[in-house]
Design a protein around this ligand. Structure first.
Ligand code: IPE
Ligand code: IPE
Ligand code: MG
Length: 243
């Protein structure tokens, strides 16, 4: 949560959010089907999750599927959904054992019931964990998130539970998918694109950004650590004067 107060510049980002981009180009440049890139990309997640404790990262948020990604060919969408199921089934027990708390953000209604059940199951199984807070964004779009939050706030006003004048940044935050999570300190995008594609617009108001050329399937713990170290050299002023 952004408090509007200046905090001491942290040496390390405690919340890193990653736009995992470049799977398709990784595959295409090798003459492989795009899904091979997604498969390899999904396999990279474990190493990055496991690198977090040594880097003092307590929160990791991953952008896996955007509200716009439904525009892709049905075969690719189906393949991605299959990979999400596979990831939860294959990695779930390990995440539970490693003390990772898993949350999913994004609109769930559009997802198949069996996938939604797997997601809810993993959230429940890991609800007591706090070694690392892993948040996975599936069918996530920042505008969609703010829209859904606005509808809920409007409904609270309509029902008389809230006055319009009581709507504050904290009220908005409580209604976002990320309620209870800190804002990301660092947002990293792979594969050389300089845009955010709808990722965490409210939460990233004061985030630092890093863009790396490496495509997600080639992303390693070493590259991750180098970016995190690069963050430590930045000065965050939050609108105030350098101290
Ligand atoms: C990121 O890789 C994964 C998703 C968006 C689901 P892309 O599939 O966007 O890969 P490129 O950008 O086409 O290379
Ligand atoms: C953003 O990547 C979404 C994810 C990484 C899940 P895209 O590849 O979908 O974004 P654009 O189309 O390049 O903006
Ligand atoms: Mg892309």
């Amino acid at each position: 949560m952004y408090t509007g107060e200046r905090s001491d510049a942290p040496e390390q980002p405690s919340h890193v959010a990653i736009i995992m981009d470049g799977n398709g180009r990784w595959a295409e440049s090798r003459g492989l089907p795009r899904l091979q890139g997604h498969k390899r990309g999904a396999d990279r997640v474990r190493e990055i999750v496991e690198a977090c404790p040594d880097l003092a990262i307590t929160h990791l948020t991953l952008f896996a599927f955007s509200t716009e990604n439904w525009k892709r060919p049905p075969s690719e969408v189906i393949g991605l959904m299959r990979l999400f199921r596979r990831y939860i089934k294959k990695e779930g027990a390990r995440l539970v054992a490693e003390g990772v708390r898993v949350r999913f953000i994004g609109g769930r209604e559009a997802l198949d019931a069996d996938l939604r059940a797997l997601m809810a199951g993993l959230e429940m199984q890991t609800a007591g964990n706090d070694q690392l807070h892993l948040t996975v964004a599936i069918n996530y779009g920042g505008r969609d998130e703010i829209l859904r939050a606005t509808r809920r706030v409007a409904e609270a006003v309509r029902a008389g539970r809230l006055l319009a004048t009581e709507i504050s940044p904290e009220v908005i935050e409580r209604h976002l998918d990320t309620a209870g999570l800190p804002d990301p300190d660092l947002i990293l995008r792979t594969s050389g694109e300089f845009r955010v594609s709808g990722f965490l617009p409210w939460q990233s108001a004061y985030s630092e950004f890093a863009f790396v050329d490496t495509r997600w399937p080639d992303f390693t713990a070493e590259i991750f650590a180098a970016q995190v170290r690069g963050f430590a050299r930045r000065e965050r002023r939050f609108g105030a004067v350098a101290g």
